[in-house]
Write a protein that binds this ligand. Structure first.
Ligand SMILES: *[C@@H]1O[C@H](CO)[C@@H](O)[C@H](O)[C@H]1NC(C)=O
Ligand SMILES: *[C@@H]1O[C@H](CO)[C@@H](O)[C@H](O)[C@H]1NC(C)=O
Ligand SMILES: *[C@@H]1O[C@H](CO)[C@@H](O)[C@H](O)[C@H]1NC(C)=O
Ligand SMILES: *[C@@H]1O[C@H](CO)[C@@H](O)[C@H](O)[C@H]1NC(C)=O
Length: 257
């Protein structure tokens, strides 16, 4: 195979990976269309009121949710129906479109239990504290630490992918060597970041079927955790980077200027 085609293919794959990773980074930084559509994890709390009412025998749960979508998060202003977590902030929505986000933080911790209960009145958190006791979902230090580690792997993976893209186009043996190395490191780091996120969200999913209430014959906890598409985008970026290492290696050995 001609070296030029190899470099072209590797550059294309690196570029695609960087694009995917940019989408991962912008997830939930604000509520506009594209960031709104991308999250690492999602939690649907819309059934929590019903679960709470069934479990505590209180017919109408007052003031659990808020309908004011602009009211700040984390200040016990009322629960929102949908919580979506990104790498820098999380947003909470009262319906499919209207919501608000937290301030941006580098290496923001994924601490869903704190995020959600800090929107509830204190007298409701006592119930959720006892229901979710002992779950990974409530283990905020574990989730926070792992999500911060995953963030740095994804950030460094993005940086190495960019280095691979820019060094890969020059016609010198040293730069080909650097681009091959960067591409391998980028693939490895994105793999680790994506695997950590996948595993922590998977562990949180165990609350979905926690026996708090029975709604239509199904055991529910009133909170439903699911993977966000940011995780799938990270895996796709890993696949592109892993695929790019082959043509980088080939051109590294065959296409010296
Ligand atoms: C909604 O919350 C915002 C921010 O706290 C506040 O300024 C506004 O007055 C609230 N709107 C209503 C209808 O309560
Ligand atoms: C969501 O809520 C906002 C504010 O209450 C409202 O303006 C908007 O029409 C709602 N959107 C949908 C799809 O229900
Ligand atoms: C978020 O940022 C705004 C503006 O910089 C600041 O006033 C506010 O205190 C911040 N909120 C938190 C929770 O840090
Ligand atoms: C439970 O069943 C009722 C009646 O079939 C339906 O209206 C309601 O949406 C269901 N609730 C859930 C959470 O599926």
């Amino acid at each position: 195979m001609r070296g030029e085609y190899c470099v072209g293919g590797a550059s294309f794959l690196s570029f695609a990976a960087i694009l995917l990773l940019i989408f991962v980074h912008v997830g939930q930084i604000n509520t506009s269309l594209v960031p709104h559509g991308i999250a690492m994890a999602k939690i649907d709390t819309s059934g929590f009121g019903q679960a709470l009412s069934q479990s505590t025998y209180v017919q109408v749960i007052q003031g659990l949710y808020t309908t004011n979508y602009t009211s700040p998060l984390g200040e016990r202003n009322g629960l929102r129906q949908y919580y979506e977590f990104g790498l820098y902030s999380y947003c909470a929505y009262v319906n499919s479109s209207a919501g608000t986000c937290t301030n941006h933080t580098i290496a923001d911790s994924f601490v869903p239990y704190i995020a959600i209960t800090s929107d509830m009145a204190q007298n409701y958190t006592q119930y959720s504290d006892s229901w979710f006791a002992g779950t990974t979902y409530m283990n905020s230090s574990y989730l926070g630490y792992n999500s911060r580690v995953a963030y740095y792997f994804i950030l460094l993976g993005t940086i190495f992918a960019t280095i691979a893209l820019f060094t890969g186009v020059a016609r010198t043996a040293l730069l080909f060597f650097i681009s091959t190395g960067s591409s391998i490191v980028a693939a490895l780091f994105i793999l680790i970041g994506a695997a950590i996120w996948t595993s922590i969200v998977k562990e949180c999913e165990s609350i979905n079927t926690l026996d708090v209430a029975h709604v239509n014959g199904t055991i529910v906890s009133g909170m439903f955790v699911s993977y966000g598409n940011g995780i799938y985008l990270s895996w796709a970026a890993f696949a592109c980077l892993a695929a790019a290492t082959v043509p980088y290696m080939v051109s590294c050995c065959t296409f010296r200027g």
